[in-house]
Design a protein around this ligand. Structure first.
Ligand code: HEC
Length: 112
């Protein structure tokens, strides 16, 4: 029974290691000051050419960040500003940040 409990706990810990962590993502976004360009609540960018991130799908954001990191012209995104921003981020960091941004109130759709 003891062995089974240990096995179950280890299983949960390892599953957790793959799950995106919203709180960690919030701390990373703050640390790297992503809001400096993407604006208050990630919904009011400081320039119209800077995308709103709040409420965007987490998969989309994580894929975009990974593509900036890859930076090649085939499947990457070539952007001098964002390639600098993602340079220090690990794959887990990017997933955590994406989960945090996705959890924020959406403002990507336009009201008519
Ligand atoms: C110096 C300004 C600046 C900072 C700081 C910045 N970004 Fe960006 N970000 C941009 C610009 C400009 C673009 C659009 C680039 C392009 O045209 O591909 C962008 C694009 C993005 C996109 C793609 C969005 C989409 O809809 O395609 C994501 C995701 C993103 N940034 C996340 C972040 C994160 C996370 C951080 C912090 C680690 C960050 N950004 C910091 C300027 C900035």
């Amino acid at each position: 029974m003891k062995k089974l409990t240990i096995a179950l706990v280890c299983g949960l810990v390892s599953i957790n290691a793959f799950a995106a962590d919203i709180a960690a993502g919030e701390a990373l976004a703050k640390k790297y000051n992503c809001a400096a360009c993407h604006g208050a609540d990630y919904a009011k960018p400081i320039d119209p050419s800077y995308p709103k991130l709040a409420g965007q799908h987490a998969d989309y954001l994580a894929t975009a960040l990974a593509a900036y990191k890859r930076g090649d012209s085939v499947n990457g995104r070539v952007n001098p500003i964002m390639s600098g921003q993602v340079a220090p981020l690990s794959g887990k960091d990017m997933k955590d940040i994406a989960a945090y941004l996705a959890s924020l109130p959406a403002s990507v759709s336009q009201k008519r």
